[in-house]
Design a protein around this ligand. Structure first.
Ligand code: FES
Length: 359
């Protein structure tokens, strides 16, 4: 047995019949005497830019033109940010701003990418080199030196010996990120408790169910068996974007479906939450809050396209597949004197994914 200079591993002759009878690290020697011969590289084919100086010059011009274009795109993106400012509540201005910044950034990035690739393929030297493999582990000396560094550091700092200091340091590191978590509170309105905000939606007794996005109220007679509607509270149309339209809609969105009443398995305490087979459920997935937008009429299943959670409408939207852990909350509904569908109350539980005070 001999020692590998590099790794210090024991070396063994693996195949006495092997021509060179090479010494290789023991445990890694898998040499098949019948192995194919290495065919080597195919013959080198020079590129047109290697043989024709004019073409090479042209390739160089293309590369630096692309880089200049990239600079132009970046400058344009900065200019567009100033030329097309975002005015609050002006969707057109947002669109123009995004469009022109996007064009500038896309040009900058594409031209840069194409330029670099063209430079590498057509202008840089075209030589083939062999990068021999080498053992990935460090040699014994290096490994021992690394261990010594750690041991010395431990000895000098007293990290293992001084347990009080060590443990208080670990405690300080664990507590250190907590202020950042507390600062998240700043994202919620300051005059209301976040848990309170998340627990209630716009729905209240008598709110008419209206089509999303038109806001036209729906009569029970409009909902035929098998149909499904995306629904919002009628009052939502009076809320402006600057006063939380999207936030309210994100909590109050509902899916309305009509099934054959015999297909519904309803708990005794929820029997009057539906109307003639018409049921309303929160559209916000209880997994991480995507809109549950797909209704399969044949099976009465709702599917969340984000992570494929499925809910059984016939059985109070119980989860039958996927990562969601809770059924979709049901909105109790009935009809008013004019036959319009109305809510009996808000949801009786918070909608959407879990949060720290969700009951
Ligand atoms: S958000 Fe619906 S399954 Fe994940």
């Amino acid at each position: 047995m001999a020692q590998d200079d590099n790794s210090g591993a024991e070396l063994a002759a693996v195949d006495p019949s092997h021509a060179a009878n090479e010494l290789v690290p023991s445990g890694t020697a898998v040499i098949d005497p019948d192995a194919f011969e290495n065919p080597g590289f195919p013959p080198h084919r020079p590129r047109v830019t290697d043989e024709n100086p004019k073409r090479e010059k042209r390739a160089q011009r293309t590369v630096y033109t692309l880089f200049y274009l990239s600079i132009l795109g970046s400058v344009w993106a900065i200019a567009a940010y100033m030329l097309f400012p975002i005015e609050s509540n002006d969707v057109g201005a947002v669109r123009l701003n995004n469009l022109f910044i996007g064009i500038g950034s896309a040009l900058a990035l594409l031209a840069l990418g194409f330029g670099i690739v063209h430079w590498g393929k057509a202008v840089m030297k075209d030589v083939e080199v062999v990068d021999e493999r080498h053992p990935v582990g460090g040699n014994v000396d290096n490994r021992e030196a690394a261990i010594k560094v750690f041991k010395d550091a431990d000895e000098e700092s007293g990290f293992t010996r001084r347990s009080v200091i060590r443990n208080s340091l670990i405690g300080a590191l664990v507590v250190f990120p907590l202020p950042a978590l507390v600062l998240f509170r700043g994202f919620a309105p300051q005059d209301q408790l976040p848990a309170e905000l998340l627990s209630h939606t716009m729905w209240k007794k008598g709110s008419r169910l209206a089509l999303d996005p038109s806001g036209v109220p729906i009569k029970a007679s409009d909902v035929t068996i098998g149909s499904a509607f995306h629904v919002i509270p009628e009052e939502l149309k009076d809320v402006s974007h600057s006063h939380g339209y999207l936030e309210e809609k994100a909590k109050a969105a509902v899916l309305l479906m009509r099934l054959n009443p015999e297909d519904l398995t309803e708990q005794a305490d929820r029997k009057d939450w539906s109307y003639n087979g018409i049921v309303a459920y929160s559209k916000i997935c209880t997994h991480v809050g995507c809109p549950v937008a797909l209704y399969e009429q044949h099976t009465h299943h709702l599917l969340c396209p984000c992570h494929q959670s499925q809910f059984d409408v016939t059985n109070h939207c119980e989860v039958i597949f996927g990562p969601a852990k809770r059924p979709l909350p049901q909105l109790p509904i009935t009809v008013d004197d004019e036959g319009y569908l109305v809510a009996q109350s808000d949801f009786t539980e918070p909608v959407g994914p879990s949060f720290w005070e969700r009951h």
